[in-house]
Design a protein around this ligand. Structure first.
Ligand code: NDP
Ligand code: 8X3
Length: 249
């Protein structure tokens, strides 16, 4: 039986690369995002029998419900949920950050993720499926300007571990993937559209690619069913850790 992955944020970056990887592996994909034209391009590229486009803003619970209710029969049985849609907004210290940006990150990275998970849990339990949540190293290691973004990702990581406890005995697997720096539209979004800043961050840094992370997502999804990777932290070799800071004054 062909398996189906439900991938949020499939218009760009990790989600787009993951959609391509799952279809290459013989899966069907429900691909979501707000940019419908990109989802249509994905359908044109991979085939309507392989990709079902679901255009909605994950922060809009009613739109999410309508998209779930409209799933065609062939895409309605979900084997793997990849909670990938998310974003960082801003790098300013907390005392200068935008409260609106903070709320957008919480609404998208936390509230929408738990809402969709809650909605799909019955289907996932029915099929002894898997949940793969995209967190970040920013949820593990603090850095200046990481404030609410890191907080949302710490939530994702801990929520995933707690889900594992609750799903004990159901056969449903839960994994958090915690990537470091990867070249996607992430920094363009974080800087509110500053292409120069995005180019500067990745230049000569040899970051991970969207395909690198898609390969990890696919690997986790296709492990033998008795194995559960709890968390998978991955960075480019060029990225590591810096020490504590001390203020003297
Ligand atoms: P991109 O900006 O390239 O992709 C983000 C995806 O999320 C897009 O498809 C976008 O779709 C979707 N999305 C964002 N907001 C919404 C919304 N309100 N409703 C529906 N879809 C939404 O970034 P990445 O691929 O890098 O990011 C994917 C995930 O990986 C995020 O959760 C991010 O935090 C995480 N991550 C990224 C890292 C990196 O260095 N790139 C490192 C660690 C984690 P659309 O705009 O069409 O709605
Ligand atoms: C983003 C990863 O390394 O840019 O989630 O903080 S990093």
């Amino acid at each position: 039986m062909t398996r189906t992955a439900f991938i949020t944020g499939a218009t760009s970056g990790f989600g787009l690369a993951a959609a391509r990887r799952f279809v290459a592996g013989g899966w069907k994909v429900v691909a979501t995002g707000r940019r419908g034209e990109r989802l249509q391009a994905l359908v044109d590229e991979l085939g309507a029998d392989r990709v079902h486009p679901a255009v909605f803003d994950v922060r809009d619970a009613a739109a999410m419900d309508a998209a779930l209710a409209a799933l065609p029969e062939a895409f309605a049985g979900i084997d793997v949920l990849v909670n990938n849609a998310g974003l960082a907004l801003g790098t300013a210290p907390a005392q200068q950050a935008s409260l609106e940006d903070w709320r957008t990150m919480i609404d998208t990275n936390v509230t929408a993720l738990v809402t969709l998970t809650h909605r799909l849990l019955p289907k996932l339990i029915e099929r002894r499926g898997a949940i793969i949540n995209i967190s970040s190293v920013a949820g593990v290691y603090p850095y200046p300007g990481g404030n609410v973004y890191g907080g949302t990702k710490a939530f994702v990581s801990q929520f995933s571990l707690n889900l594992r406890s609750d799903l004990h005995g159901t056969g449903v697997r839960v994994t958090t993937i915690e990537p470091g720096m990867a070249h996607t539209e992430f920094t363009l979004v974080r800087t509110h559209g500053n292409q120069t800043a995005s180019d500067a961050l990745y230049r000569d840094a040899n970051p991970m690619s969207a395909e690198d992370i898609a390969e990890q997502i696919y690997y986790v999804a296709t492990l033998p069913p008795h194995l559960n990777i709890n968390r998978l932290e991955i960075m480019p070799v060029t990225q590591s850790f810096a020490g504590f800071q001390v203020f003297r004054g």
